[in-house]
Design a protein around this ligand. Structure first.
Ligand code: ADP
Length: 484
């Protein structure tokens, strides 16, 4: 059960709420008790003063003990309050006038108990309380009394007034408050817990809905998206992030699917040619040696083409997975470029194309030589392949401050402007039929993708700098070793 966020949330804030309520109740209880005690004390003091005023007024200047007793009696009758008692003692400490025998008021439980004035607690009050500002709590009755003792001088004599107030009403009130807290706190906790549980259930309901929607999404329906109720709140943001993830996944799935479809299509053609050629040749029991030679040379070209496509696909697959191992060594770009020119010579010769070298000397670079040369050859191959017989292809290599610029320029027909943005896409060719008819040299549209990946793996950039009917220029920018 604790695995549910709803239950954990409810539990947590119920605990916090319980602590807050208990603290608040304790604090309120203490504050109330403190204030009522203080108020009761000042009431007793005020009452004693009122009593003394009445007492003196009743006495009318007399000082006979009989008159004093009568004045005290009248004053007591006048100041009758529930749970409050006045006692007058003479100079020797004997009771002169007590509330006994006077008509009482209020609750019987607050009455002074029988024999209270001879009790130990009353004697201790008399012994301790000599200061009229000091009030004392003494036991007796139901909940004890609060008492004040003050001297009243009359003539030559000093009488003592004792004011007692029952603590029962205050204690009873505090008990009521305590009992109220005892049922109110658990009840409010229960209500808050239930309310909290339903609230968290309601606010987490979209999460459950999202989870069930997400469970229904797989490779076959990647176009489905989570419903977003409010994209500004946290759950909306979560759904939005998830949808963006799906978007990227779908795009990469689509790319993967297209790649597979294009790859199988590209592989199917040379295989079909191989099969067709062999079947046609074998359909006759006998063929002339020249016919066999012709068929074999077609088989050789197609199998080379097949091998190249497979090699290119393998390179790209490893590059995508980030698993192509780059062997970086200190090398010279000018030497790599010259080697590439030499290797491109045979293809150029077959088309009577002049290869021009515009390579600056001494261009040190830290690179994977095999890959860089492969990139240069891809560009040169393309330039030669797509240029007319007898034209010129130039390979330039130079330093430009902190970078090397490698460019391959041809006088070919150029690439139509609307197709230029797509030429680095995998399997993209401006003229598919023509490439294929080129036999071994006809590419599958992967050469530029691989060349671009190689340049990027060396932290550079490969771009088609310009292309029109007078020719095309591809330029690779590579970071240069700092010059001395
Ligand atoms: P391919 O193996 O078909 O040459 P690439 O990826 O190397 O594939 O090139 C993609 C397409 O870009 C080619 O099919 C071709 O149409 C076009 N292209 C590349 N280089 C040149 C160039 N120098 N001149 C004209 N078109 C080019």
């Amino acid at each position: 059960m604790l695995d549910s966020v709803r239950v954990r949330l409810t539990l947590w804030y119920s605990i916090v709420l319980a602590l807050v309520l208990v603290f608040l109740a304790g604090f309120t209880y203490f504050l109330y008790w403190h204030n009522t005690s203080q108020r009761a004390d000042s009431d007793i003091t005020e009452l004693s003063e009122a009593f003394v005023t009445t007492f003196h007024a009743e006495l009318g200047g007399e000082d006979r003990p009989e008159a004093v007793k009568n004045a005290a009696r009248e004053s007591m009758l006048e100041h009758r309050f529930s749970g409050t008692y006045f006692v007058l003692l003479d100079a020797s400490g004997s009771l002169l006038q007590s509330p006994s025998g006077l008509p009482g008021t209020g609750d019987a439980r607050e009455q002074l108990p029988e024999g209270f004035f001879s009790s130990e607690s009353f004697r201790s009050l008399m012994a301790e309380a000599s200061n009229p500002d000091e009030l004392h709590t003494i036991p007796g009755g139901r909940d004890g009394f609060r008492g004040l003792v003050r001297p009243i001088p009359v003539g030559g004599q000093t009488y003592t007034l004792v004011v007692l107030r029952s603590l029962h009403p205050q204690r009873e009130l505090m008990e009521d408050i305590r009992n109220t807290f005892l049922w109110a706190i658990p009840l409010s906790l229960l209500l808050a817990g239930l309310g909290g549980y339903f609230l968290s259930r309601k606010s987490l309901a979209p999460v459950a809905a999202m989870a069930s929607q997400a469970r229904g999404i797989s490779a076959v329906n990647l176009h489905n998206r989570l419903t977003i109720v409010n994209e500004r709140d946290e759950l909306g943001q979560l759904a939005l992030t998830f949808n963006n993830l799906l978007e990227r996944l779908e795009a990469s799935f689509e790319q993967q699917r297209r790649f597979m479809a294009d790859a199988s299509h590209e592989l199917r053609t040379p295989v079909a040619i191989l099969r067709g050629e062999t079947e046609v040749t074998l359909s006759q029991p006998e063929r002339s040696p020249s016919e066999y030679r012709e068929t074999l040379s077609i088989l050789r070209d197609e199998s080379r083409r097949l091998a190249r496509i497979i090699e290119d696909l393998f390179t790209l697959a490893r590059a995508d997975a980030g698993q192509y191992p780059l062997t970086l060594r200190d090398a010279y770009l000018d030497e790599l470029a010259s080697d590439a020119l030499v290797r491109g010579r045979s293809l150029a010769l077959s088309k009577n194309i002049t290869l021009v070298s515009a390579i600056e000397p001494d261009l040190p670079i830290r690179a994977d030589e095999v890959l860089l040369e492969r990139m240069l050859l891809n560009l040169l191959d393309n330039a030669i392949k797509y240029s007319p017989v007898g034209s010129t292809v130039t390979l330039g290599c130079r330093r430009d401050r902190e970078r090397y610029l490698v460019s391959v320029t041809d006088n070919g027909p150029g690439i139509p402007a609307e197709l230029q943005p797509r030429i680095f896409e995998r399997f993209f060719r401006t003229d598919k039929a023509r490439s294929r008819s080129e036999g071994e040299t006809g590419g599958a549209g992967l050469g530029l993708s691989i060349a671009r990946w190689i340049v990027e793996a060396h932290f550079g950039k490969l771009e088609l700098e310009g292309s029109d009917s007078s020719g095309s220029t591809f330029t690779a920018t590579l970071p240069a070793e700092p010059s001395d």
